[in-house]
Write a protein that binds this ligand. Structure first.
Ligand SMILES: NC(=O)c1ccc[n+]([C@@H]2O[C@H](COP(=O)([O-])OP(=O)(O)OC[C@H]3O[C@@H](n4cnc5c(N)ncnc54)[C@H](O)[C@@H]3O)[C@@H](O)[C@H]2O)c1
Length: 252
């Protein structure tokens, strides 16, 4: 897969899945706009890309703030002239608690970042892609966007929202040369899914989660990144409106 001359924006690219994706797209020739709320992580991703001979710049933005996302897209287009691929990947897990104990502030925060953040991104990215008559959007949802996940009502609701938004928008722009898909990873080891923290919430829980995966292991960020490259590449030119599980067989 070749992304030469493609301008690729990834939010939440300062760590985990977003960082792995940024490195993989840059290695495949893409010019990266690395965005994150975490300046240090974002700059680190740019450094990794540049030291491997790739091209990237960092723009700080909080995806839950519309004005900051607007600024992000405007700066990207001002600098590069277009936006070929946008990956709305920034997300948070929120507190683990049963529904009746879920703090209201936690619900609001998770929905603001994971759901509104993706909506703000898509709204502005699509405006640009309509002007340039094409583009690709990929949203990072989760298996929690396809099925329930106990102790994570806000996260599950936000990821179901991402899957819904992806499908609706894909239908709206299918004739406009804009493809929109989502990926639905499960248990990928990052700061968001840290088996040690899971075990601190409930002893032995991470092994229990692993045992539920038919492949009996967690996923790596590199595995997720490879699927992202495929879905954003011309090889996936007839794929739109999909929410693709990366789950070691769990949904099956
Ligand atoms: N790790 C998993 O098991 C897993 C499974 C399914 C889906 N996901 C999704 O993958 C995406 C990436 O998560 P990850 O696992 O790499 O975790 P991560 O914590 O390593 O990365 C998330 C990144 O998003 C950034 N971020 C958080 N809030 C932000 C905001 N308001 N504005 C901009 N950036 C913000 C963080 O600073 C961080 O760099 C998330 O959407 C997450 O829900 C992760």
């Amino acid at each position: 897969m070749n992304f030469d001359n493609k301008i690729i924006l990834i939010t939440g690219a300062g760590s985990g899945i977003g960082q792995a994706a940024a490195l993989a797209f840059a290695k495949a020739g893409g010019t990266l706009v690395v965005s994150d709320i975490n300046e240090k992580g974002g700059e680190q991703t740019v450094q990794h890309i540049e030291s491997a001979g790739g091209k990237a710049n960092f723009i700080k933005a909080d995806v839950s703030k519309y004005e900051e996302v607007e600024q992000l897209i405007q700066s990207t287009v001002k600098e590069h002239g277009r936006l070929d691929i946008a990956i709305n990947n920034a997300g948070i897990g929120g507190t683990m608690a049963k529904t009746h104990d879920m703090p209201l502030a936690d619900w609001d925060k998770v929905m603001a970042v994971n759901a509104s953040g993706v909506f703000y991104g898509m709204k502005l990215q699509i405006q640009q892609m309509l002007k340039q008559e094409g583009g690709v959007i990929l949203n990072t949802a989760s298996v929690a966007g396809l099925k329930g996940l106990p102790n994570s009502v806000a996260y599950t609701a936000s990821k179901h929202a991402v899957v819904g938004m992806t499908k609706s928008a894909a239908l709206e722009y299918a004739k406009k040369n804009i493809r929109i898909n989502a990926i639905c990873p499960v248990f990928t080891i990052t700061s968001l899914f840290d088996p040690n923290l899971i075990d601190a919430f409930s002893a032995g829980m991470s092994d229990k989660l692993k045992s539920k995966i038919p492949m009996k292991r967690f996923s790596t960020t590199e595995e997720v990144a490879k699927t992202m490259l495929f879905l954003c590449s011309d090889s996936a030119s007839f794929i739109t409106g999909q929410a693709m599980p990366l789950d070691g067989g769990l949904i099956a």
